[in-house]
Design a protein around this ligand. Sequence first.
Ligand SMILES: Nc1ncnc2c1ncn2[C@@H]1O[C@H](COP(=O)(O)OP(=O)(O)OP(=O)(O)O)[C@@H](O)[C@H]1O
Ligand SMILES: [Mg+2]
Length: 329
Amino acid sequence: MPEAADEPLLRVEDLCVSFRSERGLLRAVDRLSFTVAPGEILAVVGESGSGKSLTSLAVMGLIDDPNAVLTGSIRYRGRELVGLPRRELRKVRGDEIAMIFQDPMSAMTPVYTIGWQIAEQVQAHSRLTRRQARARAVDLLGEMGMPNPAIQVDRYPHQLSGGMRQRAMIAMALSCNPSLLIADEPTTALDVTVQAQILRLVEQLRRDHGSSIVFITHDMGVVAEIADRVMVMYAGKVVERGPKPDLFATPGHPYTVGLLDSIPPMAGAKPRRLPAIPGAPPSPADRPDGCPFGPRCAHRHDSCRVDPPLYRRGRQDVSCTLVPEGADA
Ligand SMILES: Nc1ncnc2c1ncn2[C@@H]1O[C@H](COP(=O)(O)OP(=O)(O)OP(=O)(O)O)[C@@H](O)[C@H]1O
Ligand SMILES: [Mg+2]
């Protein structure tokens, strides 16, 4: 389908993911909307349980829990993916979208060597021969910082350590030069040098192939390094989003302020005096009425009893009543 000039690569609108339970329908992802432009790196941040993985699995069409209920719209190059038959979806996904999973084992087949699996991916997206695809697999594993890639390539996933499996999975996702890469905490299990290398490879994918990247991370330092735009999630919702420079310079939501506060100050930088955020986010089973961040918020006041909409503030959208008057809801 031809793309309109201003059509984002990915447009998610009012996405809800709920689970049937004894206590009724529990909403884990709550009316989430966002877009990803061609060639853009969107960082998604938020504490554990905020719905980051579920959102990516929804885009991939990989939520297979029979108790899950998904509503809303996910359009890729203008084409609706919600409700698409599995076979069609698999085709869009295989040709265009790749994901680095938080759990590497979920992306790998235990009965094939990692080299075989990477070569399969490479061959599905190129005209390389089996021998060339295997050589490419060895190169990719080397680029991921895997020692002795020519030997490791013949190992099975269970023969590798967690960090090595993570590298093999990233190699697999990058090998097909996807138009959209969803990377769910790809660097968490890796040491700092390898992390830096992975970030460079992701940037290279964007530079060489114009790919868009959704990069999920807990680490605001990584966000600072790699993102064009940032989406902050809390309790299944967007609480703030905007271009990285704006969001870092003038965070609008107290939660974003708290997250930014978790970055160790750089040498010479003025340390922020704001305290880290005490408490933990609510689970889908006990979300408070009103602003979901209210119970942890130092600025909480009466109007927080109503869940705030996203207010426009400059180039940012902020779901907080503290946004100065005059902002557009
Ligand atoms: N199959 C399921 N059934 C019921 N609840 C689920 C299911 N999968 C996820 N959830 C709940 O949905 C919420 C969001 O989960 P999700 O895995 O998306 O969080 P996350 O932001 O990726 O967290 P983390 O940073 O720990 O990876 C969590 O509260 C989780 O317990
Ligand atoms: Mg997750």
